[in-house]
Structures are given as structure tokens and as C-alpha cells.
Ligand binder design. Sequence first.
Ligand SMILES: *Cc1c(COP(=O)(O)O)cnc(C)c1O
Length: 370
Amino acid sequence: MLPYGRQWIDEDDIKAVSDVLRADYITTGPKVDEFERVVADYVGAKYAVAVSSGTAALHIAVLALGIKAGDEVITSPITFAASSNCVLYCGGKPVFADIDNLTYNINPDDIESKINGNTKAIIPVHFTGQPCDMDKIHQIAKKYNLLIIEDAAHALGAKYKDKMIGSLSDMTVFSFHPIKHITTGEGGMAVTDNEELYNKLKLFRSHGIARDDSTEPWYYEQLELGYNYRISDIQCALGISQMKKIDKFIKRRKEIANKYNDAFKNYKNIIIPHQLEDCDSSWHLYVIQLLQKDRDEIFNMLRQEGIGVNVNYIPVYKHPYYQKNGYDKVVCHNAENFFSGALSIPIFPKMTNEEVNYVIDKLKNVLDRG
Ligand SMILES: *Cc1c(COP(=O)(O)O)cnc(C)c1O
């Protein structure tokens, strides 16, 4: 089965990891700092905190903002559940604003309509790697005094108006799960330009414990209720090695997206992903909309042809956990419409042109057949 996404690990990555295994540190050591520096420089942020997953990065980011019971945080329903679960972890309430019909990203006007006295923050998600309308979201945040955590799990290397995603908001979070642009096995990172937030992120990463060098060398104190969300030197060595290939990875993703665009732009019953002029997507996913066709039927036919298509995403509030915890009356019409016709087709840097053509041929084939 051709997967819809896959990591690219080469001999340099393997050597980088085995070098660490032969060295002194295998958990928190020099590779963590080095990886943080490499990613922070790449995305244009001052500070970075690497952690055990993108979900952990979201959690410590929400903790760093001080979100607690009674606070509301607005996010998109078309995302992985972690984008809103991180608010629940802190006792806060995720509120879903509907998506824009063209980009499938959160609609700023709908964000504004969901703001009330309890709203504290916005978590825009750069779905598929195309940046959200960040100027409008920043305007809203300023007007209502809200903070912004960008969920950029899909958007490492993406640009908004020539600025790197990671350089725009209070905090930005990345994931290094194997399906994402670069991998550390499992891993994530929160970046920020704000020193105070940076110090909080570091505290929450490691039990809320800080060392105080001004007293005894053995002295440390727990200041917050933190977690063990540390990432290892083994993983960070892999991440550093992967970052050397990030430009190549994104270039290949764009090539594949362009091939799909060319193949399907005039094709009946398919909407290709609309791209805004001032956004430069890093193409984590290639999501088409199927019109007048049964998505599930097409899905099954493609799976039978060995193509690992996927559906990203079920609107988060539709999950049973959310339904039984107060979200059963929530409706985001655009998100539900989008979901009913959405199909992710394979895109990953290691995909060959033959594989891309195979997907194009088979998809055209099943559409004509249906
Ligand atoms: C992958 C992903 C996450 C979570 O990242 P993990 O590293 O898997 O914990 C969060 N948000 C979005 C949109 C994602 O795609």
C-alpha cells in the first residue's frame, strides 16, 4: 500500500543517531540545545523548547498562557484533536469557529463572533501547510486582547507574506511525528520571541522544576506543576540531521502538489486545494474535495488499488468524547460540508514520479468509472 505520508530516513540520519548512542548523553544533552537552535533559526524565532511530541508542545504552550477552568480558547474543527485537547488538559473550554470555504482554514469573522468575556486565546491551525489569514487573526487578537498559539504541525517551512511560520505570533508549535515534514520519531517544539513565555515553557517541560545556581549546587525547586515532556539527544540528533534536508523535502512536496494541480485543475467533480497568493504552503497534505460523488466509495476503490488515501479531518467536536462532553449542539456548517467530500491523496518527499502518476491515473479512473 502506498501510504498517504511517510518519513525519509537516510544513512546520514542513521549515523547521526548512532553517534549519539556512542556518546555520553542519550537523554537531555547538547543535541537538544542544538536542535532547538537549528529550528528556531530556520523559522525565525528567538527561543525554542523541544519536547516529546507536538501534543506536549501544545500542552505546555497553553499552560504557559495560564489557561485555566472558565477560560475559552478558539480553534478550528478541521484539525487533529490535539489542537483542542490541549485546552481541555488545562481545564479550559475549546470553542470551535467555522472554516473558510476556500482555504479550509479557520474563518477570522467566525472567530470574532465566538469571542466573549471568557475568551483568552486563539489557536489557528495551518491546515495542510497553507497559513491562516494571520493579519486578520492578529487584528482580532489585538482588539480583544487575546494571545495566539499557532498550531503549525502541518506548516514547518511555510510562509505567510514572505515571513516564516514560527516568526509571527506569541507561540508557534511544530510536530516531528514521522508523517510531518521532518521527524524525530516522536517529538515537537514550541517557539517564541517572548523570554517570559520561553522560561515557562522550559519549566512545564520538566516537572515545573528550576535550578537555582545562586545557592547550593544541589538545590532545585519545583515552582509549577509540570510534566516530563523532555525529548532525548537521540531524537534531537535525528532532528538536526533531518533539518539539513528540509529545503529538499519541501521542494519535492511542492513538485508533487503541482503535478496533482495540473492533473486535476480542469477535472470535473474535483476541487483542488485553493492557494492564496500571499501564502506559501509547505504541503503537508494534499486534500481534494469530491463533488457529486460518494467520497467513501471512491476512498474504498482507491484503497483497493493500493493507494493509502485518508480523510483529514472529522470535525473535532463530532468525536464521541466531545459529543458527550457538551459539544453535541455544536454545528460548523462549512467544516461538515468540507469533511463529507474531503480526501487526502498521498504526498511525501520520497514519492517517485511513477507513484504520483499512478495515483493520478487511478483517481481519474475511479471517477470516470463511478
Ligand atoms: C500531528 C499534529 C499534532 C500533534 O502532534 P504529535 O507530535 O503527533 O503529538 C497537533 N496538531 C496537528 C494539526 C497535527 O497534525
